[in-house]
Design a protein around this ligand. Structure first.
Ligand code: NAP
Ligand code: NAG
Ligand code: NAG
Ligand code: ZN
Ligand code: ZN
Length: 512
């Protein structure tokens, strides 16, 4: 029967994760509800016709009318159950829902078989004598399916480890949440691993002030593209891809048109941002999936293992962009302040770009590691007069410090050559900031600036550079779980990391 075929095909296409063609939507939206109404009318108001038929002399066998009524009730129950599932799960590509619908259909079809057997094909196929309860069965089940398809198609449910608020920021709860509706340019990614950024701690611990909770953080994501929107051209289904800290920009403004989309005034973060159309809060990478516009999804070169690539998508890019935009390269002396996640990648990338690179850390604790990473020199700011021998010799300093505690800006700036640049990417907590006086810049006429993430072009170039030069993030892997997330956040807050945590083993928590 055509109706069943269309139903099954719709179910199949939605279950496979493709958008439903318009003609199907119209079908479910218009025809099915009408047939449901007709069915309901027969089921409730013209049962007597059915009951008469079951007693007709032409019926070769007598089927107790109870049977059909029981079947009808079962179908109705399934209809209610299916609606309930749809509302609770809000997940049309969730196979559980479709299994329920199919089962309801099966029961309805069983009702038909009984009818054919009992009434004989001639009576059965003459429409006027279609039995009311079978009409009702099939209509109810289709109403359930049609509601789901017409209104809830493209609404899925992801699962993630969320924090409820800063008071309990180390308590991660595995919850289901609704992603933004699937757009034509969107990609659903099944997450394989996710790096742990200093920003995650700032966000959930309340250091950056109010956030939208419950929230799953994490924005150094690598996974597999499992569904691509109809207009996507940059990514293929099945490809290994990454997502960083930014997930949207308008792609239309002056900034978006000159590879400054990271500064677009409509930019949205991968987690904790409110999608303007729906009010849905974006959720990060400590989750089963992430849904992202293709512009912010990056193919990962084969040469880079996933856990090496993941931290590059925020930490790496945050370091790489200010380096390349400010002339890091052969013949330049570049300093990196703070040897954490961003800092160590800054060191690796500055080295790969050909500069002379100095690590500037608070103590000597990380000196041996920095030299292993390829640093040409190491300065510890706890040493007396640490800056004096290098005064006015640096061309560029990228500052990744995430706190201003004991931060002597003048001492750092004294390292810069005339008109050389200081670029801060660290985002310390609190609203005090740091005191800057005109005199501070006077002795060398240095420039003082800042940098946010980077562009798509820079991300792709960075990943290619890493692949070509064999750059390896220093990564400590932890299987994702509530306890391990609490542990790595605690350690990161204490600066006890070498040099980036990466959550792994997603299949154990979220399934294959
Ligand atoms: N601009 C952006 O687009 C962007 C993107 C991502 C993250 N961020 C921000 O960048 C900052 C760093 O992130 P991360 O993931 O690299 O953090 P991280 O791994 O914790 O590293 C931060 C490093 O800063 C240094 N540091 C900490 N307190 C300091 C202080 N009082 N004075 C001097 N140095 C200090 C430490 O290095 P030593 O032990 O070597 O001194 C520490 O390892 C965070 O604030 C984060 O929110 C910015
Ligand atoms: C960013 O904007 C500035 C100022 O308009 C422009 O000079 C620069 O070329 C743009 N793009 C990049 C990648 O820096
Ligand atoms: C620098 O000097 C100008 C004019 O003297 C003053 O208006 C400004 O506030 C000063 N800036 C800082 C950062 O102190
Ligand atoms: Zn980050
Ligand atoms: Zn824009």
């Amino acid at each position: 029967m055509a109706v069943v075929e269309v139903g099954v095909e719709s179910i199949r296409s939605v279950a496979k994760g493709h958008s439903l063609p318009l003609v199907y939507r119209l079908f479910f939206l218009l025809i099915e509800p009408i047939s449901a109404l007709v069915g309901a009318y027969y089921a409730f108001f013209r049962q007597s016709e059915y009951l008469q038929l079951t007693h007709a002399a032409s019926a070769p066998h007598y089927v107790p009318r109870g049977t059909s009524i029981v079947l009808s009730q079962l179908a109705n129950l399934y209809f209610l159950f299916a609606i309930n599932e749809a509302l609770v799960l809000r997940a049309t590509s969730d196979l559980r829902v479709w299994k329920t619908v199919l089962f309801g259909l099966l029961i309805a079809d069983l009702g038909h078989l009984y009818s054919v057997r009992q009434l004989g094909p001639q009576i059965y196929w003459s429409v006027s004598s279609w039995n009311a309860i079978d009409w009702g069965n099939i209509a109810f089940v289709y109403l359930g399916a049609s509601l789901r398809i017409a209104f809830l198609a493209d609404v899925d449910q992801f699962t993630g480890f969320q924090v409820n608020g800063p008071d309990t920021w180390l308590k991660f709860h595995k919850n289901e949440f609704q992603p933004k509706p699937f757009g034509d340019y969107d990609i659903d990614i099944k997450i394989e691993c996710c790096g742990v950024c200093g920003s995650d701690v700032h966000t959930i611990s309340g250091g950056w002030g109010e956030q939208h909770f419950p929230l799953a953080v994490g924005h150094e994501i690598v996974g597999k593209a499992i569904r691509v929107g109809p207009k996507v051209t940059l990514i293929k289904e099945g490809q290994r891809v990454g997502v960083g800290a930014q997930s949207y920009s308008c792609l239309d403004c002056r900034q978006c048109n000159n590879d400054n989309e990271t500064y677009c005034k409509h930019q949205l973060d991968t987690y904790g941002a409110v999608w303007p159309d729906t009010g849905i809060v974006s959720q990060g990478g400590y989750s089963s999936h992430v849904r992202t516009h293709e512009h912010w999804v990056f193919p990962i070169p084969d040469a880079l293992p996933s856990t090496v690539a993941a931290p590059m998508l925020c930490a790496g890019l945050t370091a790489y962009s200010p380096l390349v935009r400010n002339g890091c390269g052969p013949g330049k002396k570049v300093g990196i302040v703070g040897l954490g996640g961003i800092g160590h990648l800054g060191l690796l990338f500055a080295k790969a770009l050909g500069a002379e690179v100095w690590a500037i850390s608070r103590t000597h604790a990380k000196e041996a590691d920095a030299l292993k990473m390829g640093a040409d020199g190491f300065l510890a700011t706890s040493d007396k007069d640490w800056n004096v021998p290098h005064a006015m010799t640096f061309d560029l300093i990228v500052n990744t410090a995430n706190s201003f505690e004991g931060f002597d800006l003048d001492a750092y700036l004294s390292l810069l050559d005339v008109h050389a640049k200081w670029v801060s990417v660290g985002l310390p907590e609190g609203d005090e900031g740091i005191k800057v006086r005109n005199q501070t810049f006077l002795s060398n006429g240095c420039f003082f600036g800042s940098s946010h993430l980077g562009s798509r072009k820079e991300t792709l170039a960075m990943l290619q550079l890493a692949a070509d030069k064999g750059i390896r993030t220093w990564v400590q892997e932890y299987p994702i779980s509530d306890n391990n997330l609490a542990e790595v956040m605690t350690k990161l807050e204490k600066n006890d990391v070498k040099y980036r945590f990466c959550m792994t083993n997603y299949e154990d928590q979220f399934g294959a």
